[in-house]
Design a protein around this ligand. Structure first.
Ligand code: ZN
Length: 355
């Protein structure tokens, strides 16, 4: 039987940094097989699950949902005496990498650890600074000749470790950004199986968000949606970080130039009707999310952003509340069911013509 937590666990424990998303696309093809009518993809590798309108489908308007498949990761830069040195593919924070278990994706996947200097050997000054990415050393525990044989420059290195079940409804893992939002789409698709909707749903699992919204750009141009909702994580309050956004406080809704005011309004109305709590995520100017790219595809696509509150972003212990995933998925499903023929007119930002 489908278990949302197990589904999320499979998603976050899959290794797929930016540009190398095939393993997660493969997993999603299995997980979504029963939930969509067909699959499509853009030529960069974004996977698009299409669920056709349940009413007489031909020529229905399209809503695009987008969540990115890629995670932050490292790449082998140099191998010396059997030790591996790395480059950053995107957003990895060197402060959290010391003593971290990793997987080196050589000829076969090799478990490794990021080496750390014993504190006894550090001067007082050295203890206060942290190493840049260039100084990280990955140790796979094999003789130098064996490492040379199995690992090449350009191979991937990713954070390794199981999803951690915290008390209450919380869970922590690498790659919650943005696999938790793929799980939101899964919740939505599950619910839509028992609901009627007159728009076609294009669920896009995008590639290369972390290196510049590349997959969202190509997927949007490929799908040509009439409106879109991107899904990503947002900064929740944690010790030392004051914000009004709370873990477990409900999904985030992006407010700002990137987000179509009437899309935002409709999402807020539907959330209020179904008593789903929403939290405002104020992003007045540039938004570094897939919605930023989708909004300016074609002649412009009315776009919105739903988010999952997250602590410890871009670390191996990205922490969230599972309830927020369920709520966001439910909101999406209700939003989609309420879409009708008049919604395209409703989205117009032009003043009504006077009679
Ligand atoms: Zn993200």
């Amino acid at each position: 039987m489908y278990n949302p937590k197990d589904h999320l666990k499979r998603l976050v424990e899959t290794h797929a940094p930016s540009g190398y998303e095939a393993p997660i696309a493969e997993l999603l093809r299995e997980e979504w097989a029963e939930l969509v009518d067909e699959f499509d993809s853009d030529r960069l590798g974004s996977l698009i699950g299409i669920k056709r309108a349940t009413t007489d489908g031909a020529g229905s308007p399209r809503i695009m949902l987008a969540a990115h498949m890629d995670e932050i990761g490292l790449m082998v830069r140099e191998i010396e005496d059997g030790f591996i040195y790395v480059h950053r593919i995107s957003g990895i924070d060197p402060r959290v990498m010391l003593a971290q278990p990793v997987l080196v994706h050589g000829e076969r996947a090799l478990p490794g650890v990021v080496a750390t200097m014993p504190p006894h050997m550090l001067t007082a000054a050295e203890r206060k600074k942290y190493n840049p990415i260039d100084a990280l050393v990955v140790d796979v525990g094999l003789p130098a000749a064996e490492v040379e044989r199995l690992v090449r420059i350009g191979d991937l290195v990713t954070v390794e470790g199981p999803m951690i079940d915290l008390k209450g409804r919380l869970a922590a893992s690498k790659a919650m950004d943005d696999r938790c939002c793929l799980a939101v789409i899964t919740v939505c698709l599950q619910l839509l199986r028992g609901m009627n909707h007159s728009w076609d749903v294009y669920a896009a699992a995008t590639v290369q968000e972390e290196v510049g919204l590349r997959g969202a750009t190509t997927a949007a141009n490929h799908i040509e949606p009439d409106c879109a909702i991107a899904l990503d994580v947002g900064f929740a309050e944690q010790p030392g970080l004051k914000t009004a956004i709370k873990l477990g406080g409900g999904p985030l809704i992006g407010i700002g130039a990137n987000f179509h005011p009437k899309m935002v309004q409709r999402l807020q109305d539907i959330a209020a009707y179904y008593e789903i709590k929403l939290q405002a995520d104020i992003i007045p100017a540039r938004a570094g999310y897939d919605s930023w790219a989708i909004q300016v595809s074609r002649g412009g696509v009315p776009s919105a952003l739903l988010g999952i509150p997250l602590r410890n972003m871009h670390s191996p212990v990205e922490t969230l509340d599972l309830k927020d995933i369920e709520r966001a998925g439910r909101l999406l499903a209700h939003f989609i069911c309420e879409l009708d023929a008049s919604f395209l007119d409703y989205l117009s930002l032009m003043p009504a013509e006077s009679a």
